[in-house]
Design a protein around this ligand. Structure first.
Ligand SMILES: Nc1ncnc2c1ncn2[C@@H]1O[C@H](COP(=O)(O)OP(=O)(O)OP(=O)(O)O)[C@@H](O)[C@H]1O
Ligand SMILES: [Mg+2]
Length: 414
């Protein structure tokens, strides 16, 4: 009989199956508490692809809204605005997105709707501007837009924290901004956050925070747009899950499966260990390996063999992870076998620095080909050049290294 698979490699984990991140959650809860009491602190969540940034946002959102009560705190009552940045987002489209989502969240009461329409009327003007042929805005125009935006946001926050009769009082506004690494120059992302947070302060508005998430590249984007924009954020770096949390993810998944499916599923402790080791704590590897093992299993107990076959078979977990996250870097962007060989050699050291001379020892191509490969891979930011040691390189992301390494193992096994 077909069973519902509890492991979800393609979407942020639901709060009921969320593992670990205690430090990060504590910091975010404290940030909400501080913001509620007029001491706002913005957060910047960074981490590699698939490490769990969006899941952390998904987890903290119901806490901010008061659907989940954080231990030791009264329920929070923030208005939550969700935004995701794409490589097409401009400052104007981003502001419109926030306005629209705010209206959706709090504009259900008619009186409030009227207030919002008045307060955000400047957005009408932006609609005309953005549809103009020449979209390049001068700095002066941008400043005016950001000024209008900050004022409207402050007014809105004031209204919901000091409501009129019949309206529910809120703690403030939390604006989530996911995939911020997509930001293009036209978004002026660092400048935006820096100026908005200063203006909010000037307007006496102290109950709004931005919780921004993205790949580590976002740090550069923010700094390039405004050099001191990083200072307005407390940084949370999301890392691999520890072995205990990995075990929790596996076991909790089976618990959920066994509630949903008539046919029960168990896992041997060897299989559990293998899932944990193979994933090296990368949550997207773990979810995908567990998903594929669950699919592969037929006798009700997931064995080491189910894990191995699910991971390495054609169309299995490694292929799925590759096509979702890494394939383009590995084969589409890099057509040459020699480049791929360099990556494979480097992946043996995961993402630690490795000397060119050490790569050369294992490389079968010419000296010239090796130099070309290192240069091309560096310019595509797939590998990094050590700024303080000549002739040393490393893979940018550990997750990518792990994927290449495991992929190499598959070839040998098959
Ligand atoms: N704390 C966690 N517990 C269990 N599973 C998790 C956790 N965090 C992430 N996952 C799982 O890992 C995978 C990737 O998570 P998520 O989408 O949150 O990562 P991300 O960092 O936002 O990725 P991207 O860089 O692609 O935006 C998903 O399958 C998710 O279910
Ligand atoms: Mg994400």
């Amino acid at each position: 009989m077909k069973k519902i698979n509890p492991y979800k490699p393609n979407s942020p984990v639901p709060p009921g199956m969320f593992a670990g991140r205690l430090e990060e959650i504590k910091a975010l809860e404290n940030g909400l508490y501080q913001t509620k009491h007029g001491n706002p602190s913005n957060f910047l969540i960074t981490g590699e692809r698939g490490i769990g940034k969006s899941s952390l946002i998904t987890y903290i959102k119901p806490t901010a809204q008061g659907d989940i009560v954080a231990p030791g705190y009264e329920p929070f009552k923030f208005v939550v605005v969700n935004t995701v940045i794409s490589n097409k987002s401009t400052l104007i489209s981003f502001i419109k997105l926030i306005e629209r989502n705010l209206k959706r969240e709090i504009g259900k009461i008619e009186k409030v709707r009227g207030f919002l329409d008045d307060t955000w009327s400047f957005v009408q003007r932006l609609r005309i501007m953005d549809s103009g042929i020449d979209k390049a805005q001068t700095h002066e125009e941008l400043d005016l837009i950001i000024d209008d935006f900050s004022f409207s946001l402050a007014q809105t926050c004031d209204r919901i924290t000091n409501p009129e009769k019949g309206e529910v009082s809120k703690d403030g506004i939390v604006i989530f901004v996911d995939e911020a690494d997509n930001a293009c120059v036209d978004l002026h992302i660092g400048y935006f956050f820096k100026v908005v947070s200063e203006l909010l302060q000037q307007h006496g508005c102290a109950n709004i925070i931005f919780i921004v998430a993205g790949l580590p590249e976002v740090l550069n984007k923010l700094a390039e747009s405004h050099e001191s924009s990083l200072r307005i954020f407390a940084q949370l770096k999301v890392r691999e899950l520890n072995p205990e949390d990995r075990k929790y993810v596996i076991d909790r998944g089976l618990e959920v499966a066994n509630e949903q499916n008539a046919e029960q599923t168990t896992i041997s402790s060897e299989a559990r260990n293998l899932l944990s080791t193979l994933s090296e704590g990368y949550p997207h590897f773990l979810q995908q390996f567990a998903h594929s093992a669950f699919e592969t299993n037929t006798d009700g107990e997931i064995s080491e063999e189910d894990v191995g076959r699910g991971a390495f078979k054609v169309g299995g977990a490694l292929d799925a992870i590759g096509s979702r996250y890494y394939q383009s870097a590995y084969s589409e962007q890099i057509k040459s076998d020699e480049y791929r060989q360099v990556l494979e050699i480097m992946a043996d050291s995961m993402n630690s620095w490795i000397k060119k001379s050490d790569i050369r020892e294992k490389f079968t191509g010419s000296e010239h080909a090796l130099s070309n490969a290192l240069q091309a891979l560096t310019s595509r930011k797939i590998i990094l050049k050590n700024p303080s040691k000549v002739g040393e390189y490393r893979l940018q992301h550990r997750g990518f290294a792990l994927w290449i390494k495991l992929f190499g193992q598959r070839k040998k096994e098959m």
